[in-house]
Design a protein around this ligand. Structure first.
Ligand SMILES: NC(=O)c1ccc[n+]([C@@H]2O[C@H](COP(=O)([O-])OP(=O)(O)OC[C@H]3O[C@@H](n4cnc5c(N)ncnc54)[C@H](O)[C@@H]3O)[C@@H](O)[C@H]2O)c1
Length: 256
């Protein structure tokens, strides 16, 4: 086996369509020598169908990341396919509609709590559920959308991402002594199912296309996926608690 991830065993969450960032990660990882196990949420038969489009059909384990029984059983389910894990990809986000599209001032706690549970706390839950299978050199990678700023229409999802970015730093602190890294990729806007569920998402699309220093393709998940692979690989052995921007350079600019 050859490639950047030769011999690595990965758990990849978050595939729902072939436009999912997680699908690109799984595809590229397989092409680069990794063995991939997927998790799917809810529509399992759909995820299984999408999984067959990968270069190697990948097994799919059911995981609702807010379900404590699913989390408790995850390591045993993964063990049926691979004998350990070198990397875990968290590519999960969800917020009820009230939390998005300008509803910041009116969203109630129950909806906000759902957004934080699925999009923020789950980063820690997933890592802990996979930890029994991990060894020094292992890596956890998640996806964020630059949470250092308040964006139009992103609202409580932005708060959830700010929490995710902090949670990744805390995970880096707590898992560092075990030799396990935690890093995030801050992707620019990409047309996925999650993005399309944000009312007014086209505002991001327009500004990115106009302002990002590098040309930005809203339908190309591969640059973000490549960064995930790099962070999962042995080429960032001393990097943890980091956020790598894959946004065409948008974050580096000020407004004028
Ligand atoms: N698309 C973008 O513009 C963009 C930009 C930056 C970051 N991100 C982040 O990338 C990640 C992946 O999103 P995507 O854009 O590929 O969209 P996507 O819709 O393809 O993926 C989101 C995934 O979250 C899963 N999910 C939702 N609730 C879950 C739960 N309770 N348990 C387990 N899984 C659950 C869905 O099943 C889906 O597979 C998310 O964290 C998202 O916030 C996306």
């Amino acid at each position: 086996m050859s490639g950047l991830l030769a011999g690595k065993r990965l758990l990849v969450t978050g595939v729902i369509t072939d436009a999912s960032i997680a699908f690109s990660v799984a595809k590229l990882a397989q092409e680069n020598g990794a063995q991939v196990v997927l998790t799917g949420f809810g529509r399992l038969s759909l995820v299984e169908r999408i999984a067959k489009r990968l270069p190697e059909p990948a097994p799919v384990i059911e995981l609702d990341v807010t379900n404590t029984e699913h989390l408790a059983g995850l390591a045993d389910s993964v063990r049926q396919h691979v004998d350990g894990l070198d990397g875990v990809v968290h590519s999960i986000g969800f917020a009820p509609q009230s939390c998005l599209g300008g509803g910041f001032l009116d969203a109630g706690w129950d909806d906000v709590a759902t957004a934080l549970h699925v999009s923020t706390y789950s980063y820690k839950s997933l890592a802990m559920a996979a930890l029994p299978l991990m060894q020094p050199g292992g890596a956890v990678v998640g996806l964020t959308f630059d949470a250092t700023k308040a964006w139009p229409v992103y609202d409580w999802m932005g708060v959830a991402k700010a929490g995710l970015e902090s949670a990744s730093r805390y995970l880096a602190m707590h898992l560092g002594p075990k030799g396990i890294r935690s890093n995030l990729v801050a992707a620019g806007p990409l047309r996925t199912m999650a993005a399309k569920s944000i009312p007014g998402f086209e505002k991001f699309e327009q500004t990115w296309s106009e302002r990002a220093p590098l040309p930005w393709d809203l339908t190309d998940q591969e640059p973000a996926a490549r960064a995930c692979l790099a962070l999962l690989s042995d080429w960032f052995p001393a990097t943890t608690g980091e956020i790598v921007h894959v946004d065409g350079g948008y974050h580096a600019l000020g407004a004028a």
